[in-house]
Design a binder for this molecule. Structure first.
Ligand code: 7RM
Length: 655
């Protein structure tokens, strides 16, 4: 390649080894200890995971079988064992940690609440009893559409306690998106709140829920409503019940139902390359094991830690590193409901100072957004309690990494850049912080027991450094997804077909440098990453064409300083094309429309109106061309195959 020289100038060469002060007391304190884990996994893959499953989980019926690959790519782990996930997160800590804070909560307005393990256990039991009283049983689906309050975790844990399958829907999703998810999951119960608090505004969760259930969601018999904001909402008699009434009169103890290791713990919808989100189905034992060991290896969790993962429970990160992993380890977590900039850009740092956060885990988009406000905000706060920083959701640019390192970590804290997905359940590629030197922008190396690799079109390992290829995982791992809810064919097709059902295809491209460090390059499919949130271009396109004025739409990402990617839509209207391809009124309407259809996160930043979309002779939309156009780049692609070359000027915004 002709631009190799330029490429390597841009490569990142800085290396940040952990300080002895960090390594000395780390869970994995030395290269030899980490190597021992790798060697064990290499020598006896199943034995490695089985030993962890025995030491880290409490089983009601111990397993004797480890991995079943006979129906690959449908794998089963520890499949003759039985356990309860909620027992493993709560009950087993009660003897030693009943009074230890499990959740330190802070609302946007400054209200705080702490729940000890004993209190959390009682709340979960009471709510589990309430769910049973509403007819919820093993295997039933429960949709949780809640703000970031402790009750969201209580609801998830209560489902786990009785073997109900939860499906958390992010509170930022619209009524329409909520309805689709309720219907796909066939949920019996929806748990919501009157509203949530964010950016000084109230998010009308119950209103959205009512709207969703008005037009569909016929499987729902009960809606349980938490009073959070106190604004007036309608309660439909016979269907809606307040949380406080639902739990009244119920005991604060409730048997933890032993379920099969493979019993689905939850479904979580995520975007793919079609218009329809995928219901990623996770298991009980394997999933929990993945979250437990990664919380130990990557976050180096210890009893004295205060762990703050800023992700909403509506995303996988909020499942694995808010609701499950840290609790299963008996750690104290922080939950914050609200925006990072209320009342000012110092809020996150103020929360860290006041609650003495020791491990802080957030997304690059949040780091970039807060970095823009300057160093003075973090400078106002005592951040000396922090000992470890983490990032997730998208590649972090070296500039943001260095700011995080200097300004938040005060050059003292390792940064763990964690690559993983909704589908992988737990962190897959990340530094083990007491051992692995970090490089800004690299998630470093796969964790022990994770057979991640970079391969070429033929599925062969790319050994030459810095050559991009497909990121794959060559062996099943315990916390992997089990299927796509209600669409098993799509599971096989999306993740396994590409390499003959041998390798899991992550959908990311990556390269490995000469030190074996992984660098994630981006998606290979039509999935966008907007502010760390996964969105399919097709989802946004389907939403746009559902509007009566829109004939056709093509959506691409363009780089954005803060959000990583912003959404750029090329739209063909049914009527006349607006002069110059711009119409603020229609654009305003379409942006609101997309917000209604999916949620504000999917709102296009730019809409350009054209007479035709650029298509090849075979009728395929030329997305690569559109991506260049959205970036305002010079067109280097061959446009001679364009059906209508005359529209180039329109696409460029020049006509
Ligand atoms: C945890 C989560 C998954 C996609 C994934 C990547 C991107 C996530 C990183 C990253 C570079 C990272 N789940 N991604 N983490 N890219 N470095 N550390 O985000 O299902 O919502 O998204 O996010 O493209 O495939 S997710």
């Amino acid at each position: 390649m002709g631009n190799d020289g330029i490429d390597s100038i841009l490569r990142e060469h800085r290396l940040f080894p952990p300080s002895p002060a960090f390594s000395d007391i780390a869970r994995v304190p030395s290269a030899s200890r980490l190597d021992a884990l790798y060697s064990h996994a290499a020598a006896d893959y199943e034995g490695f995971w089985a030993a962890l499953a025995r030491s880290e989980l409490n089983w009601t019926k111990p397993f004797s079988k480890i991995l079943d690959s006979t129906k690959a790519p449908h794998f089963r782990w520890f499949y003759d064992g039985r356990l309860n996930v909620s027992y493993n997160c709560l009950d087993r800590h009660l003897e030693k940690r009943a009074d230890k804070p499990a959740i330190i909560f802070e609302g946007e307005k400054g209200d705080t609440r702490t729940l000890s393990y004993g209190e959390l256990h009682r709340e979960v039991c009471r709510f589990a009893n309430a769910l049973k009283a509403q007819g919820v049983a093993l295997g039933d689906r429960v949709v949780i559409y809640m703000p970031m309050v402790p009750e969201a975790v209580v609801a998830m844990q209560a489902c786990a306690r009785i073997g109900a399958i939860h499906s958390v829907v992010f509170g930022g999703f619209s009524a329409e998106a909520l309805k689709d998810r309720i219907e796909d999951a066939g949920a019996k119960v929806v748990i919501t709140a009157d509203g949530g608090q964010r950016g000084g505004k109230i998010i009308g969760l119950k209103v959205a829920c009512d709207k969703a259930l008005k037009s569909g969601g016929k499987s729902v018999t009960t809606v349980i409503v938490l009073k959070r904001t106190g604004q007036h909402i309608a309660m439909k008699s016979g269907r809606d019940i307040w949380w406080s009434e639902a739990v009244a009169d119920h005991a604060d103890s409730c048997d933890a139902v032993a379920a099969d290791a493979e019993h689905p713990l939850f479904i979580l919808y995520t975007s793919g390359s079609t218009g329809k989100p995928k219901g990623i189905q996770h298991s009980s034992a394997g999933y929990l094991l993945g979250t437990i060991v990664t919380t130990q290896w990557v976050f180096d969790i210890r009893d004295s830690d205060v762990f703050w993962c800023t992700a909403d429970v509506g995303w996988i990160t909020g499942h694995s590193y808010v609701a499950y992993g840290p609790l299963a380890n008996g750690a104290t977590i922080v939950m914050y409901e609200g925006a990072p900039t209320v009342p000012d850009a110092g809020r996150f740092w103020s929360v860290c100072e006041r609650h003495k956060v020791t491990i802080f885990y957030t997304a690059p988009t949040a780091i970039r957004a807060l970095m823009k406000f300057g160093d003075s905000w973090p400078g106002k706060y005592d951040l000396s309690s922090i000992r470890l920083l983490g990032t997730v959701g998208e590649p972090i640019n070296p500039e943001a990494w260095m700011w995080y390192h200097r300004t938040i970590g005060r050059e003292r804290c390792p940064i763990v850049d964690t690559w993983w997905q909704t589908e992988t359940g737990a962190i897959m590629i990340a530094p083990v912080p007491g051992v692995v030197p970090t490089k800004p922008g690299s998630c470093t190396r796969p964790l022990p027991g994770i057979a991640a690799d970079v391969v070429n079109e033929q599925g062969n390992t790319i050994t030459k450094p810095d050559q991009g290829g497909y990121l794959v995982v060559k062996r099943p791992w315990p916390s992997m997804l089990r299927t796509i809810w209600g669409d098993d064919d799509r599971y096989v097709e999306t993740y396994w077909k590409r390499f003959g059902k041998r390798y899991y295809l992550a959908g990311d491209s990556a390269r490995r440098d000469a030190d074996g460090y992984f660098w994630i390059m981006g998606r290979i499919d039509d999935v966008l990453n907007v502010a760390g949130h996964r969105l399919g271009t097709m989802e946004v396109e389907s939403a746009l064409v559902a509007h009566p004025m829109v004939a056709e739409a093509a959506v691409v990402g363009r780089p954005d300083d803060v959000k990583g990617e912003a959404i750029f839509a090329f739209v063909v209207l049914r009527g006349e094309r607006p002069p110059g391809g711009v119409d603020d009124k229609i654009t305003g309407e379409l942006r609101n429309w997309v917000t209604d259809q999916i949620g504000a996160i999917a709102k296009p930043s730019d809409i350009r109106y054209v007479d035709n979309l650029p298509k090849t002779r075979s009728g395929k939309i030329m997305r690569r061309l559109l991506r260049s156009l959205a970036r305002g780049e010079q067109i280097t692609q061959d446009t001679s195959t364009l059906e209508n070359e005359a529209i180039l000027a329109q696409l460029q915004g020049k006509a």
